[in-house]
Structures are given as structure tokens and as C-alpha cells.
Ligand binder design. Structure first.
Ligand code: PMP
Length: 285
């Protein structure tokens, strides 16, 4: 059975799911999106994702043509129509089609697109052995130019950094911010563990306010780990005991090397393993 995609208010066969070539989402990357997990048939942290989507839209002055509860229903309907038990949902809202110019007043019909599909995960081996990453020379978007807190359809900043990583044989890539401090990876937030304390770049480090990040912070605090949201430098990663990344797709994945230098013992650490176990327990609750 072909996948059903939600577009223009309807669930249609994947082959028939289309938007205009004049859509500013395509012409200018003018739009916002979310990537969400489904565990045991339930959309994980649905309210948090819907809220972030509407905040991203507000930040780019895009009015989503449905309420948050209508959006939640459309998401649930799409997951059900595709019998997704464990999978991934891509929710996209474009500016809609318009003229060949930037003026948003000359666009109409923002498109809400929901794709519910399976997910390709990092292989198990990466969770057991940990990732090696490098630092990109491409810095994360300056918050004064385009806030990294907006999950916009323009991901070129991250894509350019990701290319540097893939060229070097790495599956993720660290990005620094305009001050030279640690921001995040191209599609994941970053944490380190130092003397039993969890540390992660604060929201004002120029990062996406990751939903997995916030979930892991909450679980870590409940487990009794002190958590600091602070300014981190690459130095802090080099001298850390452990390092891991968080994201909807990756969940929580260890990092064992940065720029060729082993982090801690050079193998996934016990705090990372404990938090991954707690996270996996939590998502299946
Ligand atoms: N940072 C960036 C740049 C991202 O694109 C993502 C999501 N893919 C994340 C962090 C992780 O965010 P979340 O936990 O909400 O998926």
C-alpha cells in the first residue's frame, strides 16, 4: 500500500502529493518544519513539537492556516492512516505560492505537508562504539542574521557544515557559533560530561532549542545529575570525560573523538549509557 501524505487538507497517495513550483518554500526556503518520532503508535512529545513549529512560524511572520489542536489532529490522522507504529513524521509549512519576488504579501495558501514514514537510524554499531566528528569551518548562522532557534526550511548553513564532515568520513559535524564557542552539530545538540556534571551549550549559544535536548536535561536532573547550560568551548570537549549528541532521529548517541582527538577514555562512557537507557525507557512509557 502506498504511503499517504497530508497535503492541502487531505490525505493523498504519495505519488499525488504535490505543491506548486511557485511555492516560496521551494523558491526561497521560506517556511518552517519539524521532525518528530513515533514510538509504539504514539507521537512523541507532540505538544512540544507543535509549539516549536508555531514559534518558528511566528518568528518568520508566517500564519499557519490551522489551530494547534487541528494540527495535532492532522498529525495523528496521518500517522494512523499509514499504520506507523515506530517511525518518523516530517511536518512542513511553506509560505505558499506567489510571484517570483520576496514579497510575502504576494503569496497565498501556506501549505501544510505531513509525511509519516519509517526512519533510517544510525547503525547499532555507532551507539556501541561512538561517533568520530570534526569541527566544521562553516560557523552556525549568526543569531542576528537568522536565529538558529527557527527551524526553517533553509538548512544550507547546516548542509555546508555537514558536507565538510562527510568529506572527512564523519556522520556528524560540530559547528561553532560566531563567537567561536560550541553551538551544536548539523542536526543534533551536543552534551559533555565532566566529573559527573552534564554540560551543554545554553540557548543563547546560537542553537536550535532541541526537544530531545530538553527531554534529556529533564531525565538527567531526575536521575540526580547536575546539569549546566553554559558557554562551552572546543577545549571543554577535548578535556571532557564523555560526549554525546541528542536529536529526534539520533535519540542519544555517544561521540568518542573530536578532530582526531579521543574524548575521555575514547569509548562511550557510563553516564551516556545510563542516560540512553533512561531515554529509551521514557519513550516507551
Ligand atoms: N539542532 C539542529 C540544527 C537540528 O536540526 C535538530 C533536529 N534535527 C536538533 C538540533 C535536535 O533537535 P530535536 O531534539 O528537537 O530533534
Amino acid at each position: 500500500m502506498s504511503l499517504k501524505v497530508y497535503v492541502a487538507g487531505q490525505l493523498v497517495a504519495k505519488e499525488d502529493a504535490k505543491v506548486s513550483v511557485y511555492d516560496h518554500g521551494l523558491l526561497y526556503g521560506d517556511g518552517v518544519f519539524e521532525g518528530i518520532r513515533v514510538y509504539s503508535g504514539k507521537i512523541f512529545l507532540l505538544a512540544e513539537h507543535v509549539e516549536r513549529l508555531y514559534e518558528s512560524a511566528l518568528a518568520i511572520r508566517l500564519t499557519i492556516p490551522m489551530t494547534q489542536s487541528e494540527m495535532a489532529k492532522a498529525l495523528n490522522d496521518t500517522v494512523k492512516a499509514n499504520n506507523i507504529v515506530d517511525g518518523y513524521v516530517r511536518l512542513v509549512v511553506t509560505r505558499g505560492s506567489g510571484t517570483l519576488g520576496l514579497d510575502i504579501r504576494r503569496t497565498s495558501d501556506p501549505q501544510v505537508i505531513i509525511i509519516a514514514d519509517s526512519i533510517s537510524l544510525y547503525p547499532t554499531e555507532d551507539y556501541e562504539k561512538g561517533l568520530s566528528i570534526i569541527t566544521a569551518s562553516t560557523i552556525r548562522n549568526h543569531p542576528g542574521a537568522l536565529s538558529p532557534r527557527i527551524k526553517s526550511l533553509n538548512y544550507l548553513n547546516n548542509i555546508l557544515a555537514k558536507i565538510e564532515g562527510t568529506d572527512a568520513g564523519c556522520k556528524e559535524t560540530l559547528m561553532l557559533n560566531h563567537k567561536g564557542d560550541v553551538a551544536e552539530c548539523t542536526g543534533d545538540n551536543i552534551f559533555i560530561v565532566k566529573k559527573g556534571v552534564l554540560k551543554t551549550p545554553s540557548r543563547d549559544s546560537g542553537i536550535l532549542d532541541g526537544i530531545t535536548r530538553n527531554c534529556v536535561i529533564k531525565l538527567a536532573k531526575e536521575a540526580g545529575y547536575p546539569v549546566e547550560e553554559i558557554t562551552l568551548q572546543r577545549h571543554d570537549i577535548f578535556v571532557a570525560d564523555e560526549c554525546f549528541l541528542t536529536g529526534s532521529a539520533a535519540e542519544l548517541i555517544p561521540v568518542v573523538k573530536l578532530d582526531g582527538r579521543p574524548i575521555g577514555a575514547g569509548v562511550p562512557g557510563p553516564v551516556t549509557a545510563d542516560l540512553l537507557r533512561r531515554f529509551q525507557e521514557f519513550v516507551r512509557k
